[in-house]
Design a protein around this ligand. Structure first.
Ligand code: IPD
Ligand code: CA
Ligand code: CA
Length: 273
């Protein structure tokens, strides 16, 4: 980490951030199983809670860090000059949330010069606060680490997207799980509950909170086709999704899944319409 990154990171009050994200969780719980469900222009689901939470987080963060950039799923981006940016997914797992199911999360990622370096992912129903201050990954304050067993067996868990049955052929002797929240899936890899997660194409706010947690826990995120480590996320700030499908994994398991997860479609090159 260079001096400029350290300086911008040290300026952030992570204890305050935890209180803030937990309060956002209270808003989500207040609306849970009561909220109105609507369809956005892209036909995806949104609830009243999504907008209220993003407004709440943006207002508090912008008041504390007025020179920063803010981007999120539900509101338009706001540019600042500090070199620091906050990527907010007010509810990751809105389909699960709208269906009254338990796995959904509030996700806040901190980027410095375009690179996610710290983050918070909170699952209010199970009271799990995953965080990284840029150095350590924690779950409710306790350090976490990816699976370092080096072994895959019939009890090993792989998290997958809800569209896995249409998009991938997966040859894997363990068990697959699709809980409905990419942020939660990445955190499950970070804590070693799942060895890896097939994520598909993700927007910056889907992964910005969880990626620093995964990395600080010893994990990695790679392109599912090439195995190349994820890079260049700064180019997704306009809301474009990753041009290639992603895999979050314990590093030793990457070659295993690159060999056993085959794409059933051809990802479009970013320049293709
Ligand atoms: C979605 C969830 C889902 C993933 C989608 C995301 P949203 O985010 O993370 O698990 O498969 O790609 O868009 O819309 O619930 O914030
Ligand atoms: Ca999301
Ligand atoms: Ca969302």
């Amino acid at each position: 980490m260079n001096i400029e990154t350290s300086h911008l990171l040290n300026d952030v009050d992570f204890a305050w951030l935890e209180q803030l994200v937990r309060r956002a969780g209270e808003i989500a719980l207040r609306h849970f199983r009561r909220t109105v469900i609507q369809r956005k222009a892209d036909n995806t689901i949104v609830t009243a809670a999504d907008g209220e939470i993003e407004h709440f987080l943006r207002a508090a963060l912008a008041s504390a860090y007025p020179q920063d950039t803010f981007l999120g799923e539900e509101l338009s981006a706001q540019s600042g000059a500090s070199g620091r940016a906050w990527a907010i997914d007010p509810i990751d797992g809105t389909s699960a949330y709208a269906a009254g199911l338990p796995v959904w999360a509030i996700s806040v990622g901190l980027l410095i010069n375009g690179e996610p370096v710290a983050g918070a992912v909170y699952l209010p129903l199970v009271d799990e606060y995953y965080s990284s201050d840029g150095h350590t990954a924690r779950l409710n304050g306790v350090p976490i680490h990816v699976d370092d067993s080096g072994q895959i067996n019939d009890e090993t868990l792989l998290c997958v997207t809800s569209e896995a049955h249409r998009h991938y052929r997966i040859e894997f002797i363990g068990k697959t799980r699709a809980f409905g929240s990419s942020a939660a899936h990445i955190c499950y890899v970070a804590r070693g509950a799942a060895v890896a997660a097939v994520l598909g194409h993700q927007a910056l706010w889907d992964i910005a909170g969880a990626l620093p947690i995964l990395r600080a826990a010893g994990g990695t995120m790679v392109c599912l086709q090439s195995g190349e480590p994820l890079s260049g996320v700064a180019s997704w700030v306009d809301g474009h999704k990753s041009p290639y499908p992603l895999l979050a994994s314990a590093p030793w398991a990457v070659p295993y899944f690159l060999d056993r997860v085959a794409l059933l479609y051809r990802p479009k090159h970013p320049k293709e319409s």
